[in-house]
Design a protein. Structure first.
Length: 391
């Protein structure tokens, strides 16, 4: 348990302290930065720059082409023998989802937009777990309930630190309708607490479809294992993260992307230094399913929550400096291409740290009411007669 905790501290502590130290060193008024809730940006965002926009669009397109080319199936399929079992009964916990949706409607009526988004995400992960268990016989919720429940507080701390705290220094999104601190804190806590469980639940649900697994686990085999990279690679990632966390006062409108990506770089760097498997483990065998299905799960969460955000009247509003061009659900197109994979890798890293103490424990089978008990019956008289005959 100590090693995963130290790994979390190694990422959490620099993320919390380095931006604050950079603000103090640059003479920025800390009181203006640490606004709660963040209703307005402390400084005006730079207008769209076409050189920056074209560069980001070109990078996004190249990244998409490279990822599709690397992960496209090249090896023969393994057949259809391993398809999941078909079950008709929904598990009982699925009935909690309508209750969450009812609570979401009440929250919307009360103007608690962040709480409504969190309740929607909670209902989504319950339905996804229920459908996975209905079709395969098990789910993340039923396999390890203790692990599943601990995902919520871990997601809560990560959300406040990696999203809200870092955003205070770059101001990429704000909450224009958040007026009171306590309701905002409670609603946003519920929202953040459901993100990691939803990501892992959606990933498991996607992996339960044989066609998706077959499309992502037969890609190009990478010659070297990313999890066994040299320590110099780990230090390079940590150095880039340090630059992103500390250099934003120099050019906040141009380096915001590096600051937001800093936790992912720190996580990958520490994993490489410790010789651990990263979220990219498996691609040396051509198996791209873990990062790609996790990225697809992150993309679904972004799309659904952003759609709900717009339907609720803009609970939060994005303002990405220097980036223009076409928008989808009021997000620039490169965000849809570049954001899911880093978010997925960060979520996988968090899940791996929490899973370490549970790896030696047996999984808990799903509860099946009404199953008969098999009691072995031993005929003692027959055994006694056999022993006498032998004598």
């Amino acid at each position: 348990m100590a090693r995963p905790l130290l790994a979390l501290i190694a990422v959490y502590l620099p993320t919390a302290l380095i931006p604050l130290a950079g603000a103090v060193a640059s003479g920025q008024p800390v009181g203006d930065l640490l606004r709660f809730p963040l209703q307005a940006r402390g400084f005006d965002a730079a207008p769209a720059d076409w050189a920056f926009t074209l560069s980001v669009y070109g990078l996004s397109l190249l990244a998409l082409i490279a990822l599709v080319w690397l992960s496209r199936p090249r090896q023969p399929g393994a057949g259809s023998a391993d398809r999941p079992m078909q079950q008709d009964r929904w598990p009982r916990f699925v009935w909690l989802a309508p209750l969450c949706l009812l609570a979401m409607i009440i929250a919307i009526d009360g103007g608690a937009g962040n709480a409504a988004v969190g309740l929607f995400t909670l209902a989504l992960l319950l339905v996804v777990n229920a459908d996975t268990e209905r079709r395969t016989g098990s789910s993340l919720l039923s396999q390890r309930r203790g692990y599943f429940l601990l995902l919520f507080p871990l997601s809560l701390t990560a959300g406040w630190l990696f999203f809200y705290w870092l955003n205070l220094f770059v101001g990429l999104w704000r909450y224009p309708n958040a007026e009171e601190a306590v309701p905002f804190a409670l609603g946003k806590s519920l929202d953040y607490a459901t993100l990691l469980p939803a990501l892992l639940s959606l990933r498991q649900w996607l992996a339960s479809f044989p066609s998706l697994i077959a499309a992502t686990n037969r890609g190009l085999r990478i010659a070297s294992d990313p999890s066994t990279a040299a320590p110099a690679d780990g230090w390079l990632l940590i150095g880039l993260a340090g630059i992103g966390l500390s250099a934003y006062p120099v050019w906040p409108d141009g380096l915001y992307w590096l600051m937001i990506a800093a936790p992912v770089l720190l996580a990958l760097g520490t994993q490489i230094l410790r010789g651990q498997s990263t979220g990219l483990a498996g691609i040396q065998r051509g198996d791209w399913s873990r990062p790609l299905l996790s990225a697809l799960a992150a993309l679904l969460i972004i799309a659904l929550t952003q759609l709900l955000n717009l339907l609720l009247g803009k609970v939060w509003v994005y303002a990405l400096p220097l980036l223009g061009g076409p928008m989808l659900l009021q997000l620039p197109l490169p965000v849809w291409l570049l954001a899911p994979l880093p978010l997925a890798l960060l979520g996988l890293w968090l899940a791996d740290q929490l899973a370490a103490p549970f790896r030696q424990r047996p999984q808990q089978p799903p509860f099946r009411p009404g199953s008969p008990l098999k009691v072995p019956v031993v005929d003692l008289s027959r055994d006694l007669s056999r022993n006498r005959n032998r004598r």
